[in-house]
Design a protein around this ligand. Structure first.
Ligand SMILES: NC(=O)c1ccc[n+]([C@@H]2O[C@H](COP(=O)([O-])OP(=O)(O)OC[C@H]3O[C@@H](n4cnc5c(N)ncnc54)[C@H](OP(=O)(O)O)[C@@H]3O)[C@@H](O)[C@H]2O)c1
Length: 205
């Protein structure tokens, strides 16, 4: 069954990027600790076409995400800031649907990744992603403004947070603009490593 997931690294004080995110500063000022933890993981390196790296619980969790995800939805800023570093063979290896107000022609990259630009909203992006996911999960990859819309609309089935032991003190908050309604979540799994506390929740209706 296709689940809709969201999977993000977050500081202990709730930020998924630093301040002043821009094309020159994709993770924002001070946001580096959120992204460093994955770089030497074997599963992450494998997806970048590299060998080696650490095989550990963090790497297993990253591999689990790669294996389970059949299509991805992301916001245009995540795409614009990622486009260059991801290169010709992006790590997704799946169809990616980019929410945007600026139409652009679809792109087909190496390794199974394609980018389709969706201008008619989150429901359309999700419908297209589900149709393309081949029965695997659709992941709402980010950034914050994109995940917030899916949370607010009650469209996320599972939320995984990789809580990094750092207090950023400022930046882009994940849990703003998610609406006034109380949401209950059920803990599916907690994995604690020196790099991160990986919290996986089922979002209840
Ligand atoms: N910590 C993590 O795990 C993680 C994961 C992913 C991303 N990030 C970080 O998140 C940051 C980007 O997040 P963000 O919240 O600023 O931006 P974002 O969600 O990536 O993109 C927002 C943009 O997407 C487009 N968009 C979103 N919803 C739309 C809709 N319903 N209809 C049409 N267009 C829509 C709009 O772009 P246009 O109007 O320009 O078309 C909007 O300005 C980056 O710093 C990235 O590094 C962190």
């Amino acid at each position: 069954m296709t689940l809709v997931t969201a999977d993000l690294a977050m500081s202990l004080d709730g930020f998924v990027a630093g301040t002043d995110v821009s094309l020159d500063n994709p993770g924002g000022h001070g946001g580096e600790p959120l992204f460093h933890w994955i770089h030497d993981l074997a599963s992450w390196r494998e997806r970048q076409g590299m060998t080696g790296g650490e095989e550990n619980r963090d790497s297993d969790i990253m591999r689990e995400w790669f294996d389970a995800t059949g299509a991805v939805v992301m916001g245009r800023l995540m795409y614009d800031t990622g486009e260059k570093p991801w290169g010709d063979n992006p790590p997704f290896r799946a169809p990616v649907f980019v929410l945007t107000h600026r139409p652009a022609p679809s792109l087909v990259k190496q390794g199974g990744t394609s980018f389709t630009f969706v201008t008619d909203g989150i429901h359309s992006a999700l419908e297209q992603a589900k149709a393309a996911a081949g029965g695997r999960n659709v992941d709402i990859a980010g950034g914050a403004r994109t995940v917030q819309q899916f949370l607010r609309a009650g469209l996320v089935d599972e939320l995984q947070l990789h809580v990094i032991p750092v207090l950023l003190g400022g930046g882009l908050r994940l849990f703003d603009h998610i609406g006034p309604d109380q949401r209950k979540l059920e803990v599916i799994r907690v994995v604690d490593t020196p790099r991160a506390t990986h919290l996986k929740y089922r979002v209840l209706a």
